[in-house]
Ligand binder design. Structure first.
Ligand SMILES: Nc1nc2c(c(=O)[nH]1)N[C@H]1C(S)=C(S)[C@@H](COP(=O)(O)OP(=O)(O)OC[C@H]3O[C@@H](n4cnc5c(=O)[nH]c(N)nc54)[C@H](O)[C@@H]3O)O[C@H]1N2
Ligand SMILES: Nc1nc2c(c(=O)[nH]1)N[C@H]1C(S)=C(S)[C@@H](COP(=O)(O)OP(=O)(O)OC[C@H]3O[C@@H](n4cnc5c(=O)[nH]c(N)nc54)[C@H](O)[C@@H]3O)O[C@H]1N2
Ligand code: SF4
Ligand SMILES: [Mo]
Length: 727
């Protein structure tokens, strides 16, 4: 037990700031190692949602290097470049090392007081809901639960959302409406057990390289179909690549359903016993023959017919995987549900190698979905449900009226709230919206409207940190402990193996300190350390589809190679999928068919802006806004030094552009420059930019899915011209 934990356990009176301000003492003492000698421990990687386990090599308790864990059921001895460089990015002059108030170094006591007085003053003047927070899918589950509980139950804030809105909101709503709970049904083993693997809007080779390796290990000689406007790195492993038109997914998926139903190639028994709404859906898709949809999809009839046959071949195990090409769309939820519909009608769910499978993005996107207390009340509960509020209030021993009875505004509504003057104070934790938010120029302008902006980050140099009134320096992955939940619902631990620089504190400790200074320390008296909070979250999960009451603490998570939710009983298999019994979480126990007609593009191309701009990941060595990956000399060598615009050779010729020529890309909102990368991997009429350069989101158009409010980052209208040549 660490020094602080011992002190906290011994102390009976209220916590003091002095007690909370002992940095770096959650982790090192928890290591199952002999600090005197060389040894190893394990940690789940803190970049992507694959959740690879890394073996950390220690000397006298501090990490000296790492290798991929050989026997973890996720990565089986593999890691991608980011994982290998996870320790390297910690040592950087860009690290935030001490709290800063408008650029001046201040103590943690002063920082906590400034936080408290700054936000309380705004709340007194403009009401409790005039302060909001934007959180993340990139801190431990225990930390995000602490944040959500402190902000909502302690500070009385109603509005808080996260960067998971940019990423996973569509899948959350799609599953919730169709299955009754946000429940991705698969295990990674399904990549290896499928006969037909369909990847829709997912560039697995770049975004989830270890899952790509898992797919490459499939011994069943699978058909691999990639549905992506671009011939991506992932398409290289494909047996067929459908280069559909940008946002042609919904019509294409309806055309597939049309053919399957027309030919009667259905799993009628599954439909009868386990689904509802099929008849209406069958009537609806009668109008969507491949000939009708061809204009929207760009895919010829015979290819649609062939794919429909493949998906519905009796006895074949078909799995359909999707990521941002689907989620980031003005009609993402219905598109994800069109994938779910295909799996339901062919009975491809609940069996090995099947499933409508959404792959998450950030290391703890799944933790955020269940425990961030933003869209859902802690543990996948509903803010609007009195029984849920009662349950949470009794487990947390807080008055029920502290729990808001409705969910928060979504991210874009919070941004609009700043614009309209309703939100005056904002707290941003482990996300960099001044780079990543859609139509970013507006964000910059809105900053001026905030009376008080607090940013909590591991670096002081991010675009967002640079605009903060108060900067709170956070310890990073490797400098703190907790759990992450990966894409296949596997909970794994990460541990402190390094000391945080100077005065940086773990997010957990920062929340503890702020709660104490705010005057609600008593409310979190039992939230002493990450593992204690994990125990509280287990209690909150009881009786939910994500019930994890059967896990016997962090040690069992390590011994078992991580554990997938749900886990209620003592024994369970290492890799499990959901819905094997065909029972869903809807009131009827049946999965629902959901659909709407495709809608028109929010920003169609015009004569002035004749190209569709697609955006997404660049290389496996780059992570989002690059605050982390740009810190590693090794990773920097693995990606281009300048921004490259992918443009088709036919368009390049038309525009008089050669490879590596400078070009200007203009949308109605901004103009930026890049070098041309002339390539056949992109269709004529479309161009592609990686999202890692800060200017890219100055171009994007703020359209949102109406159900999930996820931004549609991947389609806006632009013009291209050789630099210096006017439009
Ligand atoms: N190296 C690296 N890995 C990452 C990340 C990273 O930043 N870097 N981020 C992580 C996160 S948070 C996420 S969410 C995931 C994202 O993982 P992915 O979603 O796989 O990555 P993206 O490149 O954003 O988008 C995937 C593909 O969608 C395609 N696409 C664009 N428009 C359409 C369309 O209309 N229809 C279809 N079918 N496809 C379309 C793009 O061409 C692109 O190839 O990656 C995770 N992994
Ligand atoms: N054009 C375009 N834009 C996009 C996308 C796209 O495809 N196209 N994709 C969207 C998607 S899917 C996502 S997920 C978002 C990602 O967008 P962001 O969340 O803004 O990107 P990150 O660079 O991951 O920002 C994470 C921040 O947290 C900090 N950090 C890391 N670890 C810790 C920690 O332990 N504690 C604290 N306090 N801070 C920490 C990092 O330094 C960094 O500043 O971007 C979205 N934006
Ligand atoms: S694939 Fe994802 S989890 Fe695995 S090492 Fe790379 S970044 Fe980390
Ligand atoms: Mo994401």
């Amino acid at each position: 037990m660490s020094g602080l934990q011992t002190l906290l356990k011994q102390k009976s009176g209220p916590l003091t700031s002095e007690l909370l301000l002992r940095p770096n003492d959650f982790g090192l003492g928890m290591l199952p190692c002999n600090l005197e000698t060389d040894s190893t421990t394990t940690s789940v990687c803190g970049f992507c949602s694959t959740g690879c386990q890394l073996k950390i090599h220690l000397h006298e308790g501090e990490a000296t290097g790492l290798t991929p864990a050989p026997d973890y059921p996720v990565n089986l001895g593999m890691a991608c470049p980011k994982g290998w460089e996870a320790l390297a990015i910690l040592d950087s002059p860009d690290r935030a090392t001490t709290p800063l108030f408008r650029g001046e170094e201040i103590t943690w006591e002063k920082a906590a007081q400034t936080f408290t007085s700054g936000f309380k003053k705004i709340q007194e003047e403009h009401g409790k809901d005039s302060v909001a927070f934007i959180s993340t899918g990139q801190i431990a589950t225990e930390e995000m639960a602490f944040l959500g509980a402190f902000a909502k139950f302690g500070m009385g804030i109603k509005h808080g959302d996260g960067n998971t809105r940019q990423c996973m909101a569509t899948s959350v709503v799609a599953y919730k409406q169709a299955f009754g709970f946000d429940a991705p049904p698969y295990s990674y083993a399904d990549f290896e057990e499928s006969d037909v693997v369909i990847l829709i809007g997912s560039n697995l080779a770049i975004a989830h390289p270890i899952l790509y390796q898992r797919l490459a290990r499939n011994q069943r000689n699978p058909e691999i179909i990639v549905i992506d406007p671009r011939a991506t790195e992932t398409a290289q492993i494909a047996t067929d690549h459908l280069a559909l038109k940008s946002k042609g997914d919904l019509p294409l998926l309806y055309a597939l359903a049309h053919c399957i139903i027309r030919d009667g190639r259905l799993d009628q028994a599954f439909l009868d016993e386990h689904t509802e709404g099929f008849e209406d859906f069958a009537t609806f898709v009668k109008d969507y023959s491949p000939d009708v949809t061809r204009n929207k999809t760009g895919i010829a009839r015979h290819r649609v017919e062939a794919l429909a046959k493949l998906i519905s071949t009796p006895g074949k195990r078909v799995s359909m995987w999707w990521t941002m090409g689907v989620n980031q769309s003005h009609e993402g939820v219905r598109t994800a549900q069109a994938i779910i519909n295909l799996c339901l009608m062919t009975g491809n769910i609940g069996r090995p190698g099947t499933g409508p499978n959404s792959i998450t993005g950030q290391c703890n996107a799944m933790g955020s979905r269940l425990f961030s207390n933003t869209t859902n009340l802690l543990g996948g509960h509903d803010f609007g449900n009195p029984a849920h509020r009662k349950k949470v209030s009794s487990i947390l021993e807080i008055p029920e009226d502290r729990i808001p009875n409705e969910p928060s505004w979504a991210y874009d509504q919070i941004i609009d709230g700043i614009d309209s003057g309703k939100i005056k104070g904002l707290w941003i934790i482990a996300t960099n919206p001044a780079h990543s938010w859609i139509n970013q120029d507006r964000y910059t302008e809105l900053r001026e409207k905030l009376d008080f902006l607090v940013v909590q980050d591991m670096y002081h140099t991010t675009e967002t940190a640079g605009t903060a009134d108060l900067l709170l320096p956070a310890a990073a992955w490797g400098e703190k402990s907790g759990t992450f939940i990966n894409s296949e619902r596997r909970i794994g631990t990460h541990k402190q193996v390094r000391r945080a620089p100077a005065n940086a504190l773990s997010d957990f400790r920062i929340f503890q300190l702020l709660a104490h200074t705010w005057g609600v320390g008593e409310m979190f008296a039992k939230w002493t350390d990450p593992e204690a909070v994990f125990g509280i979250l287990q209690q909150l999960s009881a009786g939910q589809p994500c019930d994890i009451t059967g896990i016997k603490g962090y040690r069992e998570l390590d011994e078992e190679g991580g554990i997938q939710w749900p886990k209620t009983t003592d024994s369970c298999e290492r890799e499990r999928r959901l819905f094997e019994d065909g029972k869903f979480h809807t009131p009827s126990g049946r999965a629902k068919f959901l659909f709407d007609p495709p809608s028109s593009l929010p920003e169609p191309t015009t004569n002035a802006f004749p190209y569709t701009l697609l955006t997404g990941r660049g290389t496996s060595a780059q992570w989002h806004t690059q605050s982390r990956t740009s810190q590693s000399a090794v990773l920097r060598k693995l990606y281009p030094a300048t921004l490259l615009l992918d443009v088709n050779p036919a368009d390049a010729e038309k525009l008089g552009i050669k490879d590596r020529d400078p070009v200007t890309i203009s949308s109605k909102r901004a103009s930026i420059t890049a070098l041309a990368h002339v390539t056949t991997s992109i269709n004529p009429g479309e161009v592609y930019l990686p999202m890692h350069e800060p200017n890219v989101n100055r171009l994007t158009f703020p359209a949102f899915d109406p159900h999930s409010r996820q931004p549609s980052y991947k389609a806006c209208a632009v013009n291209i011209c050789a630099e210096g040549v006017s439009q």
